[in-house]
Design a binder for this molecule. Sequence first.
Ligand code: C2E
Ligand code: MG
Ligand code: MG
Ligand code: MG
Length: 289
Amino acid sequence: RDARLTPTKVEVYSKSSDDRHQRSFRLLQDFDNALKSNDQLSLVFQPRVNLANDRCIGAEVLLRWQHPVLGSISPGEFAPIIEQSPYITKMTAWVVDAALRQSSLWKASGIHIPLSVNISAANLEEVDFVQKIVLALLRHGIVPEMLELEVTESAIMKNAANCLAKLSALSEGGIRLSIDDFGTGYSSLSYLQKLPTTVVKIDQSFIHDLNLGHRQRNLVHSMIKLSQDLGYQVVAEGVETLEVADILKTMGCDDAQGYLFAKPLRPAEFESWFWSDRGTVYRPLKAIS
Ligand code: C2E
Ligand code: MG
Ligand code: MG
Ligand code: MG
């Protein structure tokens, strides 16, 4: 053991961990302002494409935060912090409201696709969550079938019994439900069979290097088969190359999302993407450039 190194290591570690805590604390503090201001939070939309006919069949709603001092903060950083605080209720309400407002604008202009909103485990603990969703749909004049809620597999496993009750109520109300980041949350197969969810989104960590080896390929193929046998519609997340899209197609995967088709887009960008050839018939990126 080199004793001289130990204090330095400890110091470096605790300093950076301290910085992280300070930043988390700041983000949490400033999020209230972000919710109140009307220019810090915004939504982007990533198309979901059917692999068999290349049509855009929906879009995922993703939150963006432009902090006045710290600049753009990734939801990968702030969502987990907000999710552990009471602000998660307001954050989800904000996203649902803004998404449904967009949905109603798009409906009027002929873009009639379901939008998928990410929700967190804490939302399912709210006693009036289902009512709030139903009221938001009514307020915006959107039918429940046009809203999908994405819940991560690990969020479901956190409080399985409560989740099942809440998800059933949402599903009975006609709202679509999907299991996000599938494959990363260790759900039991017997439990998966009981969920009122209709869509499984295979996590991008399984999809990225799909072209690299047999084992990875067999694993994904099994995940697709299993999910479909249980009656799920399967979406592959993080499809970046034509090669991966082709493999997924061969495996019978239903739908896909990823940079190959489009990055998350601002509303105006989404509209031009949708009305261009790629909205209904996507062209591989290679052929465009
Ligand atoms: P997620 O729900 O699994 O969303 C997918 C993430 O993958 C998005 O990152 C998306 O931009 C990214 N992505 C899509 N296609 C590709 C691809 O081909 N390659 C790669 N490398 N990435 C791709 P984003 O927008 O940074 O969001 C990260 C996570 O933050 C989301 O993961 C979700 O868990 C959370 N999040 C985002 N918006 C919200 C929200 O409104 N509410 C909640 N509760 N969480 C949100
Ligand atoms: Mg998602
Ligand atoms: Mg995901
Ligand atoms: Mg994720």
